[in-house]
Ligand binder design. Structure first.
Ligand code: BGC
Length: 742
């Protein structure tokens, strides 16, 4: 404990004081002039509702800033940051009015003229800006195994967010999706730490447009979230306890954040939950020792929503708000997402005036906040752009990028007797709760928080049914079954089914996130399962399309389906992408970035331990997925041959990949490493490299993947990266090579 306080002291005061010399002179000059109240104000982040007409969460429509509330926030409380929309997306013009009023007051009327750092959750496109380009959710993006698409999507998202005058994006989610129940599973890049690292850092580069030293006016500051272990809850329920060992913390949850820090991510948001009994917001070992010392993060750390309040109300580690404020600030947070009152400000000022928190401690955080504003160029110009300035907003080029991302994500899980692709003139009956719903294609964080209010859907975009119909006039639709219950049958759906050549049934779950997304049962709701069974009884080929926040168990219905397609939540262009795939205009190339479970119990990850393997002899049957991590078919047969490994300074792995079909194909080549024996029980395999290639009909390519010794390390008993000499296996597809490393 003593070591910890000394360390914390050094990290909070000594190190930042040294780096301060390097901080811009503008920031240092400002710091010298600031009062305690002004410093605390910079550390305060308010919800937009606080300064709008109406009551919090019940704003007067259309939403407008209320001048006296704005003055109170900016002139009296010196608030440094504001977040969110008042509950739904705004058009660019309305954003410009809102941001313009805030920045005008901050930069012309406040004493020190410090601009406000406005932040928003633009997690799959600028999802709170009406008319923006919406991409597939992160989970789907990972299925592309093509991080270039994600980087480009990040660039477009940044551009369209900045077009609204907003410079800070609370994205990417770098939590690793280890628990399939978790209501935010779709927000992750899946279950593998390496995939999360590659895609997370690509997104950071896309958002920031460089290494973060400066961010131009077409890019935004990224915010890695939620540091760390948020997704590792035992129950899968949102913000419930996680028990994570030091080894697991570093092996599974740390790499994605490290990769994003190395890519220059400017800010981080803290995990709302607790790990091993300590809420992360009150844990300096995580926020200082790990984040700052071990991982070298120098940017701004913001709390999550109401999390200082939660230390009192939910976690019960502080008796009152003042104590909670003390704990969180001393644990290392820089900014508090309060978000709906001024209590944090009041208590922090009191704590400084009483001498419990020094002004130097405030300087550390305020410096980071001002430096972020500086890097974003806000001191030069914080005002929103003119409406015409961002002419590429929602351009055809941006839409094409979102469509391509959806096309490369959609994953063909089963395709019996080559039922897919469908003939363009086939008679198709489209049905099920996801068949004609834009809401379900987009998921949560789409124009509203939960993404379920269909009045905000973009009617110009195609649902699955509309997209299929646009390519084939023989498509009929009847939903028949809702999410939880069968509808009143109007028309004769059975006849529609019987008259069709093929049935496309689109099932799934209503978008949700955070607490509203908690579920007690991972199975697909019974009504939908019964409906699929009924459709199979028609004897017609059934194509099952899954539109899901997380992998809902479908064990009882997949047998007998002619094809199964995972659509994830593919965004506004998901209907078109799916239609392109079902009709064969696009060859599917997505692969699962997670293990699709078959059973509720024993849902495990692909990188499980040997004791979790399937072994009929001893009843040791934990790992028996419905579909494996990395599984995904295409309409082409792709053959792998000639795996070779040469071990010098680098380990160079070569493999031939051939397209044995008459269609062009895209193939993600995944390389796994197995450590045969280790002092900490090894995983059966771990993904260490991948590359997506394009193959013309009949074409063969040699793929070269490079590894280094670090790829053969694991986190040892001392929680440090460890290499142990011995035998390893390198596996690509069905080919394996054994190597010895000394
Ligand atoms: C979520 C964050 C989000 C924040 C601001 C919280 O409830 O956990 O991911 O960035 O709200 O909207």
């Amino acid at each position: 404990m003593r070591r910890f306080w000394i360390l914390s002291f050094c990290l909070l005061y000594v190190l930042p004081a040294c780096t301060a010399q390097k901080a811009s002179s503008r920031v240092e000059k400002l710091l010298k002039q600031m009062t305690i109240e002004e410093k605390v104000g910079q550390m305060t982040q308010l919800n937009l509702d606080v300064i709008c007409e109406g009551e919090i969460y019940k704003l007067v429509e259309p939403h407008h800033i209320q001048q006296d509330k704005l003055e109170k926030a900016i002139l009296n409380y010196h608030v440094g940051s504001i977040l969110n929309c008042g509950g739904h997306a705004y058009p660019l013009k309305q954003w410009h009015e809102i941001i313009g009023s805030i920045q005008k007051m901050a930069t012309t009327e406040s004493r020190l003229k410090i601009p406000v750092l406005y932040g928003i959750d633009a997690i799959h496109g600028a999802n709170y800006v009406s008319g923006s380009t919406l991409f597939p959710q992160q989970l789907a993006q990972a299925a592309t195994f093509n991080p270039n698409l994600t980087e480009e999507g990040g660039r477009i998202t940044a551009y369209e967010t900045r077009a609204a005058g907003i410079p800070w994006n609370f994205s990417p989610v770098l939590d690793v999706g280890r628990n399939k129940n978790w209501s935010r599973f779709f927000e992750t890049f899946g279950e593998d730490p390496y995939v999360c690292s590659v895609f997370g850092s690509a997104l950071v580069r896309g958002y920031q447009g460089g290494n973060g030293s400066v961010v131009d006016d077409q890019h935004v500051a990224a915010c890695m979230k939620h540091f760390l272990g948020y997704s590792g809850t035992r129950s899968g329920f949102d913000r419930t306890p996680a028990i994570i060992s030091a080894i697991e913390l570093r092996e599974i949850y740390r790499p994605s954040f490290q990769a994003a820090i190395d890519a220059g991510a400017l800010t981080v948001m803290i995990n709302s939950g607790e790990i091993n009994g300590i809420p992360v917001h009150a844990n300096p070992e995580i926020l200082i020792d790990l984040l700052r010392t071990e991982m070298g993060f120098k940017g701004l750390a913001v709390t999550d929503w109401e999390d200082i309040i939660k230390l009192v109300k939910n976690h019960r580690v502080a008796a009152d708000l003042k104590e909670a404020t003390y704990r969180a600030v001393m644990a290392g947070i820089d900014m508090c997402m309060v978000p709906n009152d001024y209590d944090f400000t009041t208590y922090l000022i009191e704590l400084v005036k009483e001498g419990r928190i020094s002004e130097k401690r405030l300087d550390v955080s305020v410096r980071r906040i001002l430096e972020t504003k500086n890097k974003l160029g806000l001191f030069e110009n914080a005002m929103p752009p003119g409406t015409a300035t961002f002419s590429e907003f929602a351009s055809d080029k941006h839409k094409a990028a979102a469509l391509r991302s959806a096309e490369e994500s959609i994953t063909l899980l089963e395709n019996h007797l080559d039922i897919l692709p469908l003939r363009k003139d086939a008679k198709i009956f489209v049905t099920g709760p996801a068949a004609n719903s834009m809401t379900m294609l987009n998921g949560a964080w789409t124009r509203t928080w939960q993404g379920t209010d269909a009045q905000f859907d973009d009617a110009s975009k195609n649902t699955i049914y509309e997209a299929l119909l646009s390519k084939n006039k023989n498509v009929t639709f009847n939903e028949v079954c809702g999410l939880e219950t069968m509808n009143n049958m109007n028309g004769d759906p059975l006849e529609m089914a019987m008259n069709a050549d093929v049935i496309v049934v689109c099932v799934g779950e209503l978008p949700s996130t955070e607490l509203p997304g908690n579920i007690y049962d991972l199975e697909l709701p019974k009504a939908q399962q019964e409906y699929v069974k009924m459709l199979k009884l028609t004897g017609k080929p059934v194509v099952l399309v899954l539109v899901e926040n997380r992998p809902r168990i479908v064990r009882e219905i997949v047998d007998g389906c002619s094809a199964v397609v995972m659509a994830y939540q593919p965004g506004d262009f998901g209907g078109d992408a799916l239609a392109n795939i079902l009709f064969g205009d696009v060859n599917p190339s997505g692969k699962l970035p997670f293990t699709y479970p078959k059973y509720q119990v024993g849902t495990s990850t692909y990188d499980h331990k040997y004791t979790e393997s399937f072994d009929k002899n001893f009843g040791n049957s934990a790992f028996q997925p419905q579909w494996e991590f990395g599984h995904g078919l295409s309409y082409s047969t792709v053959e792998y041959s000639n795996l070779s490994v040469s071990c010098e300074d680098e380990i160079i792995v070569k493999v031939n990949v051939q397209n044995r079909s008459y269609r062009a194909a895209k193939e993600s080549v995944l390389l796994f490493v197995t450590d045969e024996v280790a002092s900490i029980t090894p995983a059966v395999k771990k993904l260490k490299a991948f590359e997506k290639i394009e193959l013309a009909p009949g074409e063969m390519k040699e793929v070269v993947l490079r590894l280094n010794k670090k790829d053969f390390e694991f986190i040892g008993a001392d929680a440090e990266p460890t290499f142990e000499a011995g035998f390893f296996q390198i596996t690509i597809d069905q080919l394996t090579q054994r190597i010895e490393l000394k």
